[in-house]
Design a protein around this ligand. Structure first.
Ligand code: PRP
Ligand code: MN
Ligand code: MG
Length: 181
């Protein structure tokens, strides 16, 4: 059998740490949105695990919708120009929107997405992200609910991929260089 966890050079966050932090974030969200029906917008595909675990942790009415976006541009660096691959099914008019993301890297994806969703007439748009790489930031993102700041390393697991693989790891870790070199 395979041992995909063995491709990690270091575990940054265990399943327990992730779930513990998501529970704390959920308590904040329940307080801030008491009595409201929040629309959780998950950004495919990375946010699938965060969305699944956060939503089940929330003891409140939520609805869930999904968007898939792709950054245009050359090579490995994100250009900030984003294309919608799958749009929301929901009308955002008057809705309290909470974008759910796995990671803020350069910030370019979210920067574009926030502007896009705000143009659709929602009551509010806020961000919930499990991870952020402060050293990689190219634009400032005002994130209301943040799990962890992490170093500017190539991380996979818990939704985050390398060539579409490793999303199914329960932990978040640094991929060993031998995997991609
Ligand atoms: C990753 C990640 C975030 C985005 C962050 O998604 O899941 O959505 O990049 O990068 P940024 O802050 O530099 O814009 P990706 O485009 O790899 O798609 P995926 O979620 O399907 O893996
Ligand atoms: Mn993503
Ligand atoms: Mg990816």
């Amino acid at each position: 059998s395979q041992n995909i966890a063995g491709d990690l050079e270091e575990i940054l966050l265990t399943e327990e740490q992730i779930h513990g932090r998501l529970a704390e974030m959920a308590r904040q969200i329940e307080t801030d949105y008491a009595g409201e029906n929040v629309l959780l917008v998950g950004v495919l595909k990375g946010a699938v695990m965060v969305m699944a675990d956060l939503a089940r942790e929330l003891n409140m009415q939520v609805t869930m919708d999904w968007m898939a976006v792709s950054s245009y541009g050359s090579g490995t660096t994100s250009s900030g120009v984003v294309r919608i691959l799958k749009d929301l099914d929901s009308d955002l008019t008057g809705r309290k929107v909470l974008i759910v993301e796995d990671i803020i890297d350069s910030g370019l994806t979210l920067s574009w997405l926030i502007a896009n969703l705000k143009s659709r007439g929602p009551a509010s748009v806020e961000i919930c992200a499990l991870l952020r790489k402060p050293e990689a930031a190219r634009v400032d993102i005002d994130v209301k609910y943040l799990g962890f700041d992490i170093p500017n390393k190539f991380v996979v697991g818990y939704g985050l991929d390398y060539n579409e693989m490793y999303r199914n790891l329960r932990s978040v870790g640094i991929l060993a260089p031998h995997v991609y070199s």
